[in-house]
Design a protein around this ligand. Structure first.
Ligand SMILES: C[S@@+](CC[C@H](N)C(=O)[O-])C[C@H]1O[C@@H](n2cnc3c(N)ncnc32)[C@H](O)[C@@H]1O
Length: 221
């Protein structure tokens, strides 16, 4: 895990600014970046573990090839995954791709709204099997259900899969446990509090997987 932390902190130094104020304000939903986060998005992360560290660590440890991020905002997490892993990256968001950040390699991006079934068609047509999915768009029951139902998660998961839900407060975890878990073969589940995309912004994420071996101990969070 410490290698992922080091690599992620290093690569973030390459990005001077994730988004200009003008572009941020022009987005219908501020790229999901509230004002207090916008002010801090370019500041250095602390050395506490972030969800990006966790994702990079898991991809490299388990040699995962196919990563999907739902809700990519200004590309801060994607930048770290693209810099520090070799996984193919698929991305979905309601906003246009933020062209103010130059990613170190190509990703496959589709613009759409998670609750609109038709918006998933182009991604669905690629017939991908994801090893790991980061769900970070709409954290409501409606959003969680919609991405599962509209994209047919079960058809697009690899044999061994990991799904990470951000902003997984207790009521969100309940939705996942009531709606998603009964539909999948879940062998590992864990809620942890961790830093997010800005330093000192700690909040829970919830991980589910059919990998029994996923017994990581994330003490330094
Ligand atoms: C919290 S941000 C994602 C942060 C990003 N994962 C990161 O760590 O760098 C949430 C993103 O989801 C997008 N979003 C919100 N509602 C959405 C919806 N209904 N469909 C698709 N994307 C949505 C927002 O526009 C925003 O870009």
């Amino acid at each position: 895990m410490d290698i992922a932390v080091k690599q992620n902190r290093e690569c973030l130094k390459e990005v001077k600014r994730f988004i200009s104020k003008k572009k941020w304000l022009a987005s219908g939903d501020l790229y999901g970046l509230p004002a207090h986060c916008f002010e801090r998005i370019d500041l250095p992360q602390s050395n506490s573990y972030t969800y990006s560290d966790y994702i990079v660590y898991l991809i490299n440890k388990y040699k995962l090839n196919n990563y999907l991020e739902i809700g990519i905002s200004v590309l801060k997490n994607i930048y770290q995954v693209a810099s520090n892993t070799k996984a193919d990256i698929y991305a979905f968001d309601i906003n246009p791709l933020n062209d103010e950040v130059k990613l170190p390699r190509d990703i496959t991006f589709f613009r759409g709204n998670v609750v609109v079934k038709n918006d998933w068609r182009a991604l669905k047509a690629l017939n991908q099997k994801h090893d790991i999915i980061f769900s970070d768009a709409l954290h409501s029951l409606e959003g969680i259900k919609a991405e599962y139902d509209n994209y047919y998660f079960e058809q697009h998961l690899a044999d061994k899969w990991i799904i990470i839900y951000d902003d997984a407060y207790d009521h969100v975890v309940k939705h996942i446990q009531n709606y998603i878990e009964p539909r999948l073969d879940v062998k590992f589940r864990k809620q942890i509090v961790i830093e997010g995309w800005v330093s000192e912004d700690r909040h829970p994420i919830y991980i589910i997987s059919n990998r029994e071996e996923l017994n990581e101990d994330f003490k330094r969070t």
